[in-house]
Each structure stands twice: as C-alpha cells, then as structure tokens.
Design a protein around this ligand. Structure first.
Ligand code: BES
Ligand code: ZN
Ligand code: ZN
Length: 481
C-alpha cells in the first residue's frame, strides 16, 4: 500500500473515492457545501460517528465517489484514527484501489495515517478462498501537515500491525522458537541489537521460574532481548519493555476448560505489543535508551510438566510454590523482569494478558494498570486518553501481597481464592522489580477483539502500541522530567 501526503487541489484527483470527515468548513467548495446542507436538511445525513454517506459521480470532482464520514461532535485524534480505519475497511470491502482523504488541516494527520495503516491490516492468510482486496494507493490532502507527523503515523501503524499479525498467527505456526526468529530478523532490520537466549542459557542464569512453565512442552523456551542504542540520548534513563509471550496457554496440568481454549493463542500479546513498540522507537530514532525483554514459552500439560505443589527457584533467588500451573504468566515475567533489572533497567513497563479477572473488573474498555510509579502511570494514562486507548489504575496496597506469600516457600503463584486476582498478580510481579520504577499493564481484556469493529476484523486489537510509542516520544522530549 502506497500512502502519501499531497498538497495540490482535490478536484483533479482521479480515484475510487474521496473520504471527507464531516467537520465544519470542509474544503470542498461551495457546490458540495450546498449539497451537504441539503442532505442535512432532508435528514439524510446526521454526521453521527461512523455514518457513511456515499455520493456517486460528484459533479465537481474527478473522483468516482464522494463519501462523507460522520465523526460525531468533536473531531479528535481518536475519531480521526477510527474514521480512517473504517474508511479503509469500507474501501476494501468494495474493492476500491485508489483513495483520497480530504482534511481541513494538518492537525490530525498522524492519527489519520495510523488509522489508514491500521484499517488496511490483512490477517494471516489461511482461507483458501480469501477475498481480501488491498487498497493500492492512498493520497492524503491535509493543508500544512507536517511530513514528520505523517511519517510517524505510518511507522507506528505498521508496528501495530506487526504486533497484530504475531497475535493472530495460530500457535502451531508460532511457538517460542518461531517467535524468537521472527523478532530477531525484524528487530535487526529495524536497527536493534538482538540477543536470543535458549534453554541452556536460561538454566545457567537460574531462570527456574520461566523454565518451570516451559517444561511440559516439546517446544523449548526463548528469552529475547532487543536493545535500541541511539547515537545521542537526552537523559540517563534506560526503559525496559517486558512482554509476556506465552505462545499458547493450555493452563498446563491445571488444564483450562475446552470452551474458548483456542483463544489462548493470544497469550503472547504482551510480547507482541512490546516488540511493536520497540521497533517503532528504533525506526523513529527516538533519542532515548530503550530495551525489550520477551519471555517466550508454551504452557502444556505432559509427563514432564510442572505439577501443582512443585517449588521452583526464580532468577533472583526467590522460591515459588506453583499452586496453579495456569497462573504461568507471572512465572515467566518474574524472570524476565529480573533479567531486565540485571541488564540495567532504570524504568520497567510490562504488558501481559495476565488475568481473566481484569475483564471482570474493567471489561474490554480499559487496560488494567498497576505499579509503583504514579507519575509514569499518569503519563501513560493521559497519553492513552488523548488517542482513545484507555488505561485505569488499580490500587496496590501491601495487604494484596498476603495471599501470595508462601508457607514452605517465599511466594506462591496463586492465592486461595479469586479475590482481586488482577492486583494480587501484580503484587507478585512487584517482588521482582527491585524497587525500580515500574508499570504493569494487564491487557487480557483488551488485546483481542471478540467481534469485528468498523476499523478492525475480529482478532488482535494491537492495543497499547500507539500509546506507549507516544509516551516514550514525549518522555524523550523532556515531558516526564
Ligand atoms: N492467560 C491467562 C489469562 C487470560 C484469561 C488471558 C482470559 C486472556 C483471557 C492466565 O495465564 C491465567 O490463566 N490466569 C489465571 C490465574 C489464576 C489461575 C490465578 C486466571 O486469570 O484465571
Ligand atoms: Zn494461564
Ligand atoms: Zn496465560
């Protein structure tokens, strides 16, 4: 898909459709304005969010169609992103090849560019009669748009789609080794330093917690470290992005019910998210030190699997009684976080499809956010809010650690009941961050779309990539000092 900014007039552009968001003062000229007000008066167009009004062979344009897109009352970055994605999906359905977006100004060009790439996402091909029809060319007219904003939008949109593609790929085609190979080649291409640790490396490091999850699977685990080492940096901090990459979660011997187990291919969405973020950071050459740790394992039941009651030792020396082998994400993250601290993290952000309980608390609307650094959390929340990705803080009182304290061991990986399951999981993780500034994002409720949306098919949502890249960008501009 070729997508570019254009600063000439709209009238002469030949295309299948011109999309115009319905905001006041559209730059279409008097004739179209009159048409629009007639349609409004007749009640045939209301401008509500998502409404598409298709006009054929508009007189004053070379385009075959003029399509007004309703954006509700305020046209902000969230609306612009959704509008563009919806337009792309509508165009693909109709097999349009060449599109134009006509915006009043350049303010929201990044969101529109991101939205176009997001909406153009093509899921991994498994259907023998796949009818997907990609758009070939998109031209965006946005007076006084900054090229760098547009470019950021494209890079970030592409990084979100990289994450989505990993999440949507079934586990038979994406185990820990395949995930590591993909991220290694794409990471190197993006300009990152890459280290891949295998089973024996992890044994040497004493990563008994992560390894205990991998034991039941025929597929060996991997721990991937990616580092963005920019030529110049603007501060001394070294942010580590840590992702849960359980390529399939059967629950292990504490087996999950068959109902919906197929969804557990998305249990690596945290790792996919963080990989998307760091590739975008590298491609945008953000002057900030950022690394990424991906803990990649498959959680299977077998004769070699960890049993409930087994006690394992994590990389930081702490012993953990495995009460429930389905609470495996925290066991993986425990060692991934320790490794990040060992490698020099000053700040940690982790993303994980960690608990079913987060969907009970927040549904699919908000990411559950916890941690020990309230200013970093506030920054992420505000950044997310500005583009329509929502984060909500849950409390982290010390009392929530009680259920995770062990009897025969230092810790246990699950409490006796399900109370505050999202928070107790986060308190467990906190035992591995060694007082570094840390934010934990539980994306179990938000990383996968159960139903298709106007701008996305059912499957991976790619949530949090856009917010985290923006959060690091503002940080590098001194926004967090
Ligand atoms: N991967 C799951 C969490 C999950 C559930 C993600 C639903 C996406 C959708 C995680 O490993 C898990 O099974 N957690 C358990 C923890 C419990 C055993 C303490 C859970 O949430 O039930
Ligand atoms: Zn699990
Ligand atoms: Zn899991």
């Amino acid at each position: 898909m070729n997508i570019r900014l254009h600063d000439g007039p709209l009238a002469e552009l030949e295309c299948d459709a011109v999309f115009v968001p319905l905001v006041g003062g559209a730059m279409l000229g008097q004739e179209a304005e009159t048409l629009l007000s007639n349609l409004r008066e007749a009640g045939e167009i209301t401008g509500k969010r998502g409404e598409l009004t298709i006009l054929h062979e508009p007189k004053h344009l070379a385009a075959s169609r003029l399509i007004f897109v309703g954006v509700g009352k305020t046209f902000d970055a969230d609306q612009a992103f959704c509008m563009a994605g919806q337009a792309l999906r509508a165009a693909q359905k109709r097999k349009f090849k060449r599109l134009v977006f006509a915006l009043n100004d350049g303010d929201l060009v990044r969101a529109v560019a991101e939205g176009c790439v997001y909406g153009g996402y093509e899921r991994p091909k498994y259907k023998s009669d796949d009818t997907f029809s990609a758009v070939d060319e998109i031209i965006i007219i946005a007076p006084e748009a900054e090229q760098s904003e547009f470019d950021s939008g494209i890079v970030v949109g592409e990084s979100v789609n990289v994450a989505r593609r990993l999440v949507d790929t079934p586990a038979n085609d994406l185990g820990p080794e395949e995930f590591a190979e993909m991220t290694e080649s794409m990471g190197v291409a993006a300009g990152l330093e890459v280290e891949v640790l295998g089973e024996s490396d992890l044994e040497e490091l004493g990563a008994g917690s992560l390894l205990s999850v991998a034991k039941g699977s025929a597929r060996p685990p991997r721990l991937v470290r990616l580092a963005w080492n920019p030529d110049k940096v603007v501060n001394d901090s070294h942010l580590f992005l840590v992702g849960k990459g359980v390529t399939f979660d059967t629950g292990g011997l504490s087996l999950k019910p068959a109902n919906s187990m197929e969804k557990m291919k998305y249990d690596m969405a945290g790792a996919a998210t963080m990989f998307g973020v760091i590739t975008a950071i590298a491609r945008l050459k953000i002057p900030q030190r950022v690394s990424c740790i991906l803990g990649l394992v498959e959680n299977m039941p077998s004769g070699t699997a960890t049993r409930p009651g087994d006690i394992v030792q994590a990389m930081n020396g702490k012993t953990i009684e495995v009460i429930n082998t389905d609470a495996e994400g925290r066991l993986v993250l425990a060692d991934a976080l320790t490794y990040a601290v060992r490698k020099g993290a000053t700040h940690l952000i982790d993303a994980a499809t960690l608990t079913g309980a987060v969907s009970i608390a927040l549904g699919s609307v908000n990411i559950g956010m916890m941690g020990n650094d309230h200013s970093l959390q506030a920054h992420i929340k505000a950044t997310g809010n500005s583009i329509g990705e929502r984060f909500w803080e849950l409390p982290m009182n010390d009392e929530y650690l009680e259920p995770m304290k062990g009897d025969l061991s230092d810790l246990r990986n699950a409490g006796a009941d399900r109370k505050a399951g999202t928070i107790t999981a986060a308190k467990f993780l906190e035992q591995f961050v060694e007082s570094k500034s840390w934010v934990h994002l539980d994306i179990a409720g938000t990383a996968n779309l159960d139903k298709a949306q106007p701008n996305a098919p059912q499957g991976a949502s790619g949530i949090a990539v856009r917010s985290l890249v923006r959060a690091v960008q503002t940080w590098s501009k001194g926004g967090l000092e």
